[in-house]
Ligand binder design. Sequence first.
Ligand code: CA
Ligand code: CA
Ligand code: CA
Ligand code: CA
Length: 451
Amino acid sequence: MKFATTPRTRLQLCALAALSVVLVLAPGAAQATTAGPAGPPAPGLLLWNKLGSATEVTHSEYGPNLVLSDCTLFACGLDVAATLGYPAGVFGGAASITGGPYFPGAREHTALLRTSILNPEHGAVEAWYRQTSDPAPFVHNPHRIFGGPYSLTGIDEVNLSSWDRLDSGDPRLHFSLFFNVEPPPFTPPHLVGVHSLSDGVEGYRISALNGQWIHVAGVWDRNGIASTPDTIRLYVNGQVVATSQDPSWGTTTCDRRLAGVDRCFLDIAGCNDTCADAFAVDNLKVWDYAKTDHSDRFVEGFAPTNRPPDCSGVTAAPASVRHQMRDKLLLVSLSGATDPDGDALAYRIDGVTQDEYVSGVGDDTFPDAVTPLGPSANQVLVRSEANSHYNGRVYRIAYTVSDGNGGSCSGTAGPSGNTTAKVSVPRKAGTPAIDDGNAMSWDSFTGAPVP
Ligand SMILES: [Ca+2]
Ligand SMILES: [Ca+2]
Ligand SMILES: [Ca+2]
Ligand SMILES: [Ca+2]
């Protein structure tokens, strides 16, 4: 089977319908946002729709609203404005074709994306999907998740569908791209689709997952996804299952596909034949970049952004120690970092420098710092000594504080070090030690001079 081409008689009707849609939706009216004028709730987000009710479908959480099919939008006949039911999804309700009766050969359309938002160069579409059973030729085939074959006006830019493509008993999840001008009638369009990493055949078999909610994502980047030769990838439950290295899907968006004609009719939760209750789609998100990390799929909205810890208040305690017996090592603890998210913080000692040589004239001890618990702690031992030839010793302690969520802050030692964790050892009581560490510095662990 090929992708359907729309009879020319329908084009004028579509154009008229498109005109009326434009008049109904005032400029900007399609933008529904939960984030206010600051921008999308996540960088690169183009569309987020929860798909859980008629109100949710027609009021996107972010990006253009979806439009529910009706026969004023297109000439109903073989194309049918189908009814959506909203069974329980992964998050609230999900979109699923219900009602009917429908008939073999019918093309059921429900929610439509009528706005050109997709970027031919890079992007991603993701949703949760559950099919009760495989698409079956002439019974319910294909299941259009986001775009797909037999969509209104032929081919969509992005086609994520479950489809027995050749009616050959090989139903698969397919993902293909078509950013091109309108081909002449009955000329097969050039789509670029992914091939399974398992068997090299176009599409990926998901029959073993029937009855389960699975997360599906199609990703593209003409310049290579994540610095690989892959230009298109299909993900199932966060794993790459099918790829393409072909970048030849074209550069034309739906609004420019056919001069003077609106061709932006992308099906969401559409199908063919008698497909009531065959599958459901939930929580659709569309992105402007090649999203490869789908570990956030269990969050309906967006994982909160982690903020790094703040090291400006880090100090060493005690901050000043008396010049004691020269062999004595004194335990120093770092504290004072804060995290705006309230995350538990872990310290690591990265280094210790001092502004007097570690051993030499006037000093016969080595080393002058030890980490008794290893570096992954907030404690370090420093020697409570100052060379009688100089003006008091100052240790600079380099450290990193991590919040366990990828955020960190740090302080550095050595010349021009920025650490606020310092320990001074005055040479005489009542005479503060002077920090000469910007001019001269030694590694307290190794004794090596630090440039
Ligand atoms: Ca939902
Ligand atoms: Ca944090
Ligand atoms: Ca020493
Ligand atoms: Ca000094």
